[in-house]
Design a protein around this ligand. Structure first.
Ligand SMILES: Cc1ncc(COP(=O)(O)O)c(C=O)c1O
Length: 437
């Protein structure tokens, strides 16, 4: 695909329409291809009707612009290798640039040598290592909370914590732009979920006022919103929570390593640690590993240890992952210049993009959403940038509401100004060719 000759929109839509034309099997939705149950097709059974009929991915594939599951054959760094070519990575959540740090890799290797490759069980039973306890202690200190608890992914933290804390007759108040894992945690809970308009404190206030004064209420919010890049108005959330006897839980997946003292997140950024009851974090972004945690008071953490099913019935974090996080935490605290550089890089990219005429919405962090507001153009933009050696992520529904399609850029502390300036040049070329700027 050449940059000067963007793909014809009509041709792509026609091809996509071809691909989405129903096959014979699809013409009878819900019915198996053979009603006698003998059809060997794996998806012939009625339960698979939705699978047979699903065409969403094929429609994008037919356009030649399919941007998902792109294969990388190198470490996740500022440059990665795809199809044998170096590509500048502007779509990674490795904000501190630590995923390929030799010190962290050595720590992970040493943990494998000592503890092996897995724990073969849940924390609750045979899967607790001294490494897990050490990491929990470190995280509790960093978050200025009494205790912390590790889960095997950040997604599991949100599933396991929200569902265990908010029970029947309780209410969950959730920002409309919260991460999918918080949404799923709320769905799993037997409590009732009320959503309020994104970062809109008047909407939150109205919701709270609808509820019985003595009912259990949990306000759950992202600290930094993962697609929009804006920061929750946490001081106001906390003030409303106090007025209405509500607890506050913050998802700091994109705030750790980015905001607050020593990169400790949103509550620290605003100086309201004491008024945020539960702080969630993931290790899959700044902390160069995999897993997640919840930090809070010791009584709540002990309750979760015995009642959070995503913890009790799931194997514990692997030794290598836990050791990697411990090493990453040490570096995050010992090298504050990384966070400073991340912000310098963010500012350079942000000002560059704004100067070119791109719209970045309300972003205040290293997540820079470049609004395209058209699905096909978003995919084209992504593909043309990749052809020019730049990796970014396209975000369409359900990642954002329809009509809010965007390219999500995320900066790393280890990007150089040369890399940023080079990518700005490419954004300019492609943005102009597509008529976005
Ligand atoms: C805001 C937010 N919360 C939670 C998660 C889940 O974290 P993990 O990748 O560790 O499962 C993510 C990751 O995409 C996220 O962006």
């Amino acid at each position: 695909m050449s940059l000067t000759k963007p793909p014809s929109k009509t041709a792509r839509i026609e091809r996509a329409a071809d691909a989405s034309r129903p096959t014979e099997a699809e013409k009878a939705p819900g019915l198996p291809a053979k009603a006698n149950g003998q059809d060997p097709t794996p998806t012939a059974l009625p339960i698979f009707a939705k699978v047979r009929n699903y065409q969403g991915a094929n429609r994008v594939r037919a356009s030649g612009l399919y941007p998902y599951f792109r294969t990388i054959t190198s470490a996740q760094d500022t440059e990665v290798v795809m199809n044998g070519q170096k590509v500048l990575m502007l779509g990674s959540n490795s904000y501190l640039g630590l995923t390929n740090d030799p010190r962290i890799k050595e720590a992970a290797i040493a943990a494998v040598q000592k503890y092996g490759t897995g724990c073969a069980g849940s924390r609750f039973l045979n899967g607790t290592l001294d490494l897990h306890i050490e990491l929990e202690d470190q995280l509790a200190k960093l978050m200025r909370k009494e205790a912390a608890l590790l889960y095997s992914t950040g997604f599991q933290v949100n599933l396991g914590v929200v569902s265990a804390i908010a029970g029947k007759d309780d209410y969950i108040l959730a920002d409309k732009a919260n991460h999918a894992s918080l949404v799923e945690g709320s769905r799993l809970s037997t409590g009732k979920t009320l959503r309020f308009a994104h970062n809109d404190m008047e909407s939150l206030r109205q919701r709270l006022e609808q509820l019985p004064a003595d009912s259990g209420k949990l306000i759950v919010v992202d600290g930094v919103f993962s697609m929009e890049g804006d920061i929750i108005k946490l001081p106001e959330v906390v003030r409303l929570a106090k007025q209405h006897n509500a607890a506050v839980m913050v998802d700091d997946a994109h705030s750790i390593g980015v905001l607050g003292k020593n990169g400790s997140g949103t509550a620290s950024h605003f100086g309201v640690e004491e008024d945020v009851h539960l702080i969630m974090g993931t290790f899959s972004k700044s902390l160069a590993s995999l897993g997640g945690f919840i930090a809070g008071d010791a009584t709540t953490i002990d309750f979760l240890k015995h009642n959070s099913r995503a913890l009790v019935f799931s194997a514990s974090m692997s030794p290598a992952n836990a050791a990697a996080v411990l090493a990453a935490l040490r570096i995050m605290v010992a090298e504050p210049e990384r966070i400073a550089q991340l912000w310098k890089n963010t500012e350079r990219m942000k000002q560059g993009l704004l100067g070119l005429g791109f719209q970045l919405g309300a972003s205040e962090t290293p997540i820079l959403p470049v609004y395209v507001r058209d699905m096909l153009k978003t995919f084209q933009f992504c593909r043309l940038l990749q052809d020019e050696g730049i990796f970014v992520n396209p975000v369409v529904y359900p990642g954002v509401p329809p009509g809010e399609e965007l390219l999500r850029i995320s900066l790393m502390a280890t990007h150089t100004f040369e890399q940023i300036d080079r990518s700005l040049e490419k954004f300019k070329q492609v943005g102009k060719a597509l008529g976005i700027i």
